[in-house]
Design a protein around this ligand. Structure first.
Ligand code: 7TS
Length: 416
């Protein structure tokens, strides 16, 4: 395949101009030009995000919601404007449905601890899938131990497809929450999320979507999805670490008890009791990650300017090209070949341990992730303890895939 032609055909943006926005991409690693293919773990940041954070610390740094002085007001204005940016990015109905957390993990734990402890009881079922990240497994196991809920797991097939009919068969009036990933970090499977949500609603279950991976690769419209909760992390969408979002429908958030106590989340405190602030502030105890929130908005603005549809089309072309190229490598087996996939190429090579491969690729300047990807149950399903995973972002190009394939071939020659 002529990759230059494919690139031109599929990409509705200037990839070279985009790459120039990401300073970290332009460096040597082990004497080679860096090829960054670990975007599923964390993405690089464009200069626009870096500058926004720098400007905040240089000019506006102060605490939010508390100060009468100018800097505090400026910080608060930027902070609350960022909430609106997030609202618009995921098309939430109102900005008070956007709760800032430290990331997907905290967002899911918030739902488990607040919604879970208030509205679930012994015998109630939480239905997840067999390809969840640990952060969408362990919080429910804690609730199993703490209040006796039952964790039920919907199966996948050997290609990593989500089995919708089998999932539906597990739904019952006992199912109180369906918590499912939109895009599997270990396999790259896109789940049929709208059908999942519809089926869950038919039995009266609430829905929580783990959007940690999906947010940077597909259009997310929470009103169209009609999910009750949606969780994602800033660092996977070209924004800083330590900041994330829990979207929740307003009425539901309003009924839920606070998750943590402290400053900011209260109206009145006395020793005989306290009253709580309105949502979303009820869930944002303590001084928040102000620079993170402002940086998150800058990341979302950057992505919006490119257009998710445009970047998704480019990534899909890269994924198709990479899939074909990797499959041509002798002894390479893709782990995860679902019909609907995005951004992830997870694989094993006969006779080669993933961690040895990862090290040799690093010596050639290529960053991938090797291991269980915090999804040990799905690794066990495929009978492997680790895979090598190349994960794409829109700033990757066809040359990155060519470099990956050439480096794998070289590494395999050395290791076999
Ligand atoms: N859910 C999914 C599907 C994920 O991929 C991750 C992180 C999380 C939840 C947790 O996100 P966090 O930002 O709160 O840590 N996944 C990965 C990964 O694939 N490699 O490193 C982190």
């Amino acid at each position: 395949m002529n990759h230059a032609a494919t690139n031109e055909h599929k990409t509705k943006f200037d990839i070279d101009k985009i790459r120039a926005d990401f300073p970290a991409l332009h460096q040597k690693v082990s004497g080679h030009d860096l090829v960054y293919l670990d975007n599923g773990a964390s993405t690089q940041k464009p200069q626009q995000v870096i500058d926004t954070i720098k400007t905040y610390y240089e000019r506006d740094n102060s605490n939010v919601h508390r100060g009468i002085h100018t800097l505090s007001q400026r910080a608060t204005d930027h902070f609350e404007a960022a909430r609106v940016t997030v609202q618009e990015f995921i098309n939430a109905k109102t900005d008070n449905e956007i709760v800032f957390t430290s990331g997907t993990t905290e967002s899911i734990n918030l739902v488990a601890n607040s919604f879970g402890r208030a509205f679930l009881s012994a015998g109630d079922e939480v239905l997840i899938s067999a390809m969840e990240h640990h952060s969408n497994i362990v919080p429910w196991q804690l609730l199993e131990q703490q209040i006796g809920i039952k964790l039920v797991v919907a199966p996948i097939d050997k290609n990593g497809n989500f089995l919708l009919e089998e999932f539906k068969a597990l739904l019952s009036p006992k199912t109180k929450l369906v918590a499912i990933t939109q895009l599997s970090n270990a396999l790259g499977t896109l789940t049929p999320i709208k059908e999942i949500i519809k089926a869950a609603q038919a039995v009266g279950a609430k829905t929580l979507i783990d959007g940690a991976q999906a947010i940077a690769h597909t259009v997310v419209d929470v009103q169209d999805l009609d999910c009750d909760f949606y969780a994602f992390s800033g660092h996977k969408i070209f924004a800083p670490t330590g900041i994330g979002v829990l979207y929740g429908k307003h009425d539901l958030l309003d009924q839920m008890p606070p998750y943590q106590g402290g400053g900011e989340m209260i109206k009145v405190v006395s020793f005989s009791g306290s009253t709580y602030n309105e949502v979303p502030h009820k869930f944002e105890a303590g001084t928040p990650n102000i620079a993170g929130v402002i940086g998150l908005a800058a990341g979302l603005r950057y992505v919006s300017e490119i257009g998710i549809e445009n970047l998704a089309a480019h990534e899909q072309a890269l994924l198709d090209y990479g899939t074909e190229k990797l499959k041509s490598i002798d002894g390479l087996k893709l782990i995860g070949e679902a019909d609907a996939k995005a951004s992830i190429l997870s694989f094993q090579i006969e006779g080669v341990h993933a961690s040895d491969l990862g090290t040799l690729l690093d010596h050639q300047g290529i960053a991938i992730r090797v291991g269980h990807h915090c999804a040990m149950p799905v690794m066990a399903f495929f009978g492997v303890d680790a895979t090598a995973r190349a994960s794409l972002a829109f700033y990757n190009n066809f040359e990155d895939i060519d470099a990956l394939v050439a480096a794998i071939e070289k590494a395999v020659d050395m290791l076999r």
